[in-house]
Design a protein. Structure first.
Length: 183
């Protein structure tokens, strides 16, 4: 399936067992690893929340979240089981501007300065499969932006973790009603 990419969103320690540990995160990581081994998707792209220590989304600056995924900390690292699949050129960082919240990975930038969208177009990807954390925030906004940009989008419903069960359920229903396939 050369025209299909797997996009792994924010499977980073702060969302797994750190300051913003999400529900079902261990299961989502294990299921993502199992999916990769079974289906051998290629390419695999990683989205990474990557904040400066004074980011506007942190409580000290009046934002809704505890400090998380601060650049250079363990909390910002990809889970060790998935890290072997992450290629620098296919890793897209977001949330780096201290003044801007950025849930969507769509405009995430790789170390070469290319956006996710740009790289998907260069690779002639038409279909994307999204998994990751958190359903209600980064998974949802990444999936919706991809859909708006014309990609065929699926979400792996056993490979996502969430902040809150009701919000997770509602986000899945709304994504499905917009045309995102739940696999
Ligand atoms: C996220 C809240 C703050 C996410 C990132 O990855 O869903 N949520 N930053
Ligand atoms: Zn964040």
């Amino acid at each position: 399936m050369k025209d299909t990419a797997l996009i792994v969103v924010d499977m980073l320690y702060d969302f797994i067992d750190g300051s913003m540990a999400c529900l079902e995160a261990d299961k989502a990581v294990a299921n993502t690893l199992a999916y990769i081994k079974k289906e051998t998707p290629s390419p695999i792209l990683f989205i990474r929340d990557h904040h400066p220590a004074n980011h506007c989304s942190f409580a000290a600056q009046g934002g809704p979240w505890p400090p998380h995924c601060v650049q250079g900390t363990h909390g910002a690292d990809i889970h060790v089981d998935l890290a072997p699949y992450a290629d620098d050129d296919l890793s897209f960082f977001k949330g780096e501007d201290p003044a801007k919240e950025q849930y969507s990975g769509f405009e995430g930038i790789n170390p070469a300065g290319q956006s996710l969208q740009e790289v998907l177009l260069l690779m002639e990807i038409e279909k994307v499969i999204v998994c990751g954390i958190a359903t209600e925030f980064c998974v949802r906004s990444t999936a919706e932006d991809l859909l708006k940009a014309g990609f065929k989008v699926s979400v792996l419903k056993d490979c996502i973790a969430y902040v809150e069960a009701e919000g997770h359920k509602k986000a899945l229903e709304e994504m499905a009603s917009e045309g995102i396939r739940l696999l």
